[in-house]
Design a protein around this ligand. Structure first.
Ligand SMILES: *Cc1c(COP(=O)(O)O)cnc(C)c1O
Length: 462
């Protein structure tokens, strides 16, 4: 299997290079030359563990770059850190209405599903190549902790994550600052998330600095993260024993894109509900076939407070019938004008009947959390609530009343205790392995919003 860039000019590369590169050199995102078909017999599925299913579903992406037995062991190791034996359990909350719980990993967000495996893959590939990398990234909350946990035990990886000072939750900050591993470094930047992201981009654009420090990335445009998320769409449908619609709380479009890839591979998915909070650029796109950027508004579901969904580029590339030049042109135009319009015929072919978009404001988020608590006694987190609200809005409009619909539950309620308490009056408890999180000593590093200071710090951490 070879990989090409969505902007058409970067040379094609293999799986291990895609893992380490993150972004292509022409600024595009990697996709496989063709989407593979899933080819496993039905009886094999039911006996297999999540890790075994994961290894066989992802096998065509890896080809012969990693030995199949070795890869299966990496999957076993990655998913042994999850607290639930199913890894991603499917829970029925009402007739035909399900939650797929993706938050049983070490840092309580669905990002663990991909980043636990990515950490194992980095360790394996770097040891084989006898290389060492410095991962740098920006986090608005959940990615930092999940990436740290994923790579903390890697021998050949250092990682620096920039987060906006005073703009992540206490739980999120502490998941980064209380780790004792010497290769992980959280840095509070005196600025916003966008400032952090600009600093990271500037480090990557400084070719000399980038090469001297062997910079690498694990942000959500890394295709290997998306690939690892394809797996739970298959396992959910196997558990359900039927086709289903998925409702996906969406920020960078990585999670819902993974579902779309599962569908390309043959998963029996009836459609996707793309759930947004007040930052509803995608909902407006699905309403108007036109993408227009707005200012970011802070909400109760901060991991979805994003104005431009970077992974959308991969779907756009497909909508352009894989024309990289056209994709590059549209995105450059979007950057300068804030507007992107797609051709009617491409929209009809790729989007109509597959994707619908719904939005859910903070008030609806709180109401949904309260309704679920009253209906089932369960506490759900605000991101999951946005997904469930969108699912409920779509039933009876886009789908019949008896349509099976699975909402992805992307975070544990204890990660967002204030919002949960405001909605239900209940304070969710942190799982046992994090019970003392709020009393652990923190290692806080603060830096000004200044490229030179950050570069000096990164160089020192190697
Ligand atoms: C990152 C995140 C999302 C958004 O996922 P994307 O793949 O960026 O669309 C949703 N919910 C939670 C809890 C997250 O951490």
């Amino acid at each position: 299997m070879r990989y090409i860039s969505t902007r058409g000019t970067a040379p094609e590369i293999g799986f291990c290079d895609v893992l380490l590169a993150g972004l292509a050199r022409d600024g595009g995102l990697y996709v496989p030359q063709t989407w593979p078909a899933s080819a496993k017999s039905a009886d094999e599925k039911f006996e297999a563990s999540y890790a075994q299913r994961a290894a066989s579903i992802m096998a065509p992406f890896i080809g012969d770059e990693i030995d199949a037995k070795v890869f299966q062991q990496l999957c076993v190791d990655a998913y042994s850190t999850f607290r639930h034996p199913d890894v991603a359990p499917l829970i029925e909350i009402a007739p035909d209405e399900y939650l797929l719980e993706l938050f049983h990993g070490p840092t309580l967000a669905f990002k663990d599903v991909a980043l636990q495996l990515v950490g194992k893959l980095f360790d394996h590939v770097l040891a084989q190549r006898n290389e060492r990398v410095m991962i740098v990234g920006a986090t608005s909350g959940d990615t930092g902790g999940a990436a740290f946990d994923g790579v903390a035990s890697c021998r050949n990886v250092d990682i620096v994550m920039l987060y906006p000072n005073n703009r992540v939750s206490d739980v999120q900050r502490r998941q980064m600052t209380t780790l004792t591993a010497s290769n992980v470094h959280a840095v509070a930047i005196d600025g916003t998330f966008d400032d952090c992201q600009d600093l990271v981009k500037a480090m990557f654009n400084d070719q000399k600095f980038r090469d001297a420090n062997q910079l690498s990335a694990v942000n959500s445009i890394n295709l290997v993260r998306v690939m690892a998320q394809v797996v739970y769409y298959f396992t959910a449908l196997e558990k359900l024993g039927d086709s289903a619609v998925f409702s996906v709380p969406t920020g960078n479009f990585g999670n819902v894109l993974a579902g779309w890839i599962a569908k390309q591979m043959g998963a029996s998915i009836d459609g996707f509900v793309v759930a947004s909070n007040t930052n509803d650029i995608l909902t407006r796109f699905f309403e108007s076939q036109q993408m227009t950027a707005n200012e970011v508004v802070p909400t109760l579901s901060p991991s979805m407070d994003i104005q431009v969904s970077s992974n959308f580029e991969r779907l756009l590339f497909e909508m352009n019938n894989r024309d990289g030049d056209l994709t590059a042109k549209q995105l450059t135009e979007f950057r300068s004008t804030g507007e992107l319009i797609v051709a009617q015929s491409n929209y009809a072919k790729w989007i109509t009947g597959v994707f619908t978009g719904y939005r859910c404001n903070d008030e609806q988020t709180l109401t949904t959390m309260k309704d679920v608590y009253q209906q089932t006694g369960m506490l759900i987190d605000p991101h999951t609530a946005v997904g469930l609200s969108a699912a409920r809005q779509s039933i009876g409009v886009n789908y019949p009343k008896n349509q099976s619909i699975i909402t992805l539950a992307t975070a544990h309620p204890a990660k967002f205790p204030e919002a949960v308490c405001r909605a239900t009056g209940q304070t969710p408890e942190l799982p046992e392995h994090l019970a003392d999180l709020m009393s652990r000593p923190e290692r806080i590093i603060s830096l000004p919003n200044n490229l030179k200071s950050v570069q000096a710090f990164v160089a020192k951490c190697r």
